[in-house]
Unconditional design. Structure first.
Length: 286
């Protein structure tokens, strides 16, 4: 059944000795707000990890394909939607609006990330429209300013054969890490958009919470260090449009550092005012 309730949620996660989200404009160093020193993890990065978990768990199961991944081109997937929906394929973008809507509905039904996050599918000769997804996620920001450390690393392996005669087998490299940081990201789930467009359902909702809770568990790498989802707080409204503005609920979560230079999760105090507005239920998933 399509979801009947609006949700707001907060994710709290940390990184230890790793780079949670490299910035290609800054030599792939951890993203940072230059004015405040606050660390940043983009919504695109977080959605990528959710997509990867869904893809890993469902493994191409019908209805749970992932549109945004490196397998086939987007335009070829749009063409597949036309073929599967028995829509005549013509050259050019002058498509009948009913055909585009039919292809859009196919994409929503067969691709979990389209059904969840939405997608711009207007490229190529077989456009599938633009979908506003019911689930949206803000940038994650660190609670305290981050300290980026450049670590020099060595490798006892030559890159090219010409270096064989030099006798030096050590090559130098560099990696940028954050010794420790605790991040917070807030998100939203619109039941209205789910009902009107994508048909995001209760099973999809439960799978989303599972993916958020486990998004770092199958994403470990030397570059990212130790990353953990520490808390997942959910605010469930008792109707489609919600019972109060989201910022009122987000303000009920307070995170304060206990030391000047936090170096672990226990160096923060997290408190939640569980006195909710009428019609809102607070759920601690983690």
């Amino acid at each position: 059944m399509v979801i009947q309730n609006r949700y707001d949620f907060t994710m709290i996660f940390d990184v230890e000795n790793g780079n949670p989200n490299g910035d290609p404009d800054a030599g792939n160093n951890p993203r940072i707000d230059a004015e405040t020193g606050i660390g940043i993890v983009t919504d695109v990065c977080l959605k990528r990890k959710i997509r990867n978990y869904i893809d890993l768990k469902k493994n191409g199961e019908q209805g749970y394909n992932i549109l945004i991944k490196a397998d086939k081109s987007l335009n070829s997937k749009f063409e597949d939607a036309y073929k599967a929906s028995s829509i005549e394929i013509k050259k050019g973008k002058n498509k009948d609006i009913d055909d585009v809507r039919k292809a859009r509905d196919y994409m929503c039904a067969n691709y979990y990330d389209v059904r969840t996050f939405g997608a711009v599918m207007s490229t190529g000769d077989n456009p599938c429209g633009i979908v506003r997804g019911p689930v949206q996620i803000n940038f994650a920001k660190s609670i305290s300013p981050i300290n980026i450390q450049d670590i020099t690393i060595t490798r006892q392996c030559r890159t090219v054969e010409e270096k064989h005669d030099t006798g030096n087998t050590t090559e130098m490299g560099r990696k940028s890490i954050v010794p420790y940081a605790l991040y917070r990201s807030d998100g939203y789930v619109s039941a209205a958009l789910a009902q009107n467009i994508t048909k995001f359902n209760e099973e999809d909702m439960n799978l989303l919470w599972e993916a958020v809770a486990n998004m770092f568990e199958h994403d470990h790498s030397a570059a990212r260090g130790k990353m953990c989802m520490r808390k997942l707080y959910v605010f469930k409204h008792d109707n489609i449009l919600g019972n109060c503005p989201s910022h009122i609920l987000f303000d009920k979560i307070s995170i304060k550092p206990l030391t000047d230079i936090p170096r672990g999760f226990l160096n923060y105090n997290i408190t939640v005012d569980e006195n909710m507005p009428k019609g809102v239920t607070f759920i601690s998933k983690i």
